[in-house]
Design a binder for this molecule. Structure first.
Ligand code: C2E
Ligand code: CA
Ligand code: CA
Ligand code: CA
Length: 278
């Protein structure tokens, strides 16, 4: 790879042990990225499995790095979590996503996504005032809290400790909480018992069960969700066969390349218009 002076020594992924100096530099770059709007969001439709109707969107962050091109979140979120920059980054993501949803509601009314999902990190939930920050941003954009789901991973939930109070506060305001990548962690069942959540997102390793015979897990998870009164979204649906199978199992909502990739907001909005208006 071509060496770029001043940046070539930077390692954004965790597999390479970055020095304190590297993190300081990454920190400076990321801070600048947040400030200069180098970050942007893509929106992946969450669809109703029986008719393909768009019912929601998951916001997924990207970094238009001035030198490295577009970076996927897996290449900078872990570093952001370690440096604490995840806090301003999440704030940027929440503010941008809420601004977008407010715009869609104004333009499309009932055609706007019913729910907007945003990913947050364990570190966010340890930040004093996080729940208040989220509800303030919602009020500022006049968005009903019921329209927003915060996605947390099982790892996050395991690290919660005292910050579980934040989840309670968020839920009391009407915001929904979903457990992301469900099934991939180690204490899934006890978590559902201990952690205040409204829904689960079945990890794509189970969704893509048609390929490797993991159907029983997908089936067990939907039964579990129904028994506990949780909603379930199947992630990573890539084929019509998978979609049909999930529908037959009782899944109502799904996400995946079969329906749509994460899209820039203008492209996402095209899916909001009823066909006859196109
Ligand atoms: P995730 O929350 O599990 O998001 C789903 C990931 O799967 C996304 O990758 C999405 O583009 C991808 N995906 C969607 N449909 C399919 C499919 O049919 N097949 C396959 N193979 N993949 C599919 P992405 O956008 O690269 O995000 C990766 C992870 O980065 C996310 O996983 C999430 O954990 C994290 N992330 C993304 N945006 C944010 C953010 O704003 N804040 C935080 N804290 N984390 C974020
Ligand atoms: Ca997610
Ligand atoms: Ca996931
Ligand atoms: Ca993930």
């Amino acid at each position: 790879a071509k060496k770029i002076p001043g940046t070539a020594h930077l390692h954004f992924d965790e597999s390479m042990a970055a020095s304190g100096a590297d993190y300081a530099q990454l920190g400076a770059e990321l801070r600048e990225a947040i400030h200069d709007d180098q970050l942007f969001l893509l929106y992946q439709p969450i669809v109703s499995l029986d008719d393909g109707r768009v019912i929601g969107a998951e916001a997924l962050v990207r970094w238009a790095h001035p030198v490295r091109g577009t970076l996927a979140p897996d290449s900078f979120i872990p570093a952001a979590e370690r440096t604490g920059l995840i806090v301003p980054l999440s704030r940027w993501v929440l503010a941008s996503a809420f601004r977008q949803l407010a715009e869609w509601i104004e333009r499309y009314g009932d055609d706007a996504p019913e729910v907007l999902n945003v990913n947050i990190s364990a570190r966010d939930l340890r930040e004093p005032g996080f729940a208040t920050m989220v509800t303030d941003l919602l009020a500022q954009h006049r968005i009903a809290p019921e329209k927003v789901t915060l996605e947390i991973t099982e790892t996050v939930a395991l690290e919660l400790g005292d910050s579980v109070a934040h989840l309670h506060q968020l839920r009391e305001s009407g915001i929904r909480i979903a457990l992301d990548d469900f099934g991939t962690g180690h204490s899934t069942l006890s978590l559902l018992h201990d952690c205040p959540v409204d829904g689960i997102k079945l990890d794509r390793s189970f969704t893509q069960s048609a390929i490797d015979g993991r159907v029983p897990v997908s089936a067990a998870v939907i039964h579990l969700a129904q028994a506990l009164g949780l909603y379930a979204v199947a992630e990573g649906v890539e084929t019509a066969e998978q979609a049909e199978q999930l529908l037959a199992l009782g899944y109502i909502a799904a996400q995946g390349y079969h329906f749509a990739r994460p899209l820039p907001p203008e492209r996402f909005a095209e899916s909001l218009r009823p066909r006859d208006r196109e």
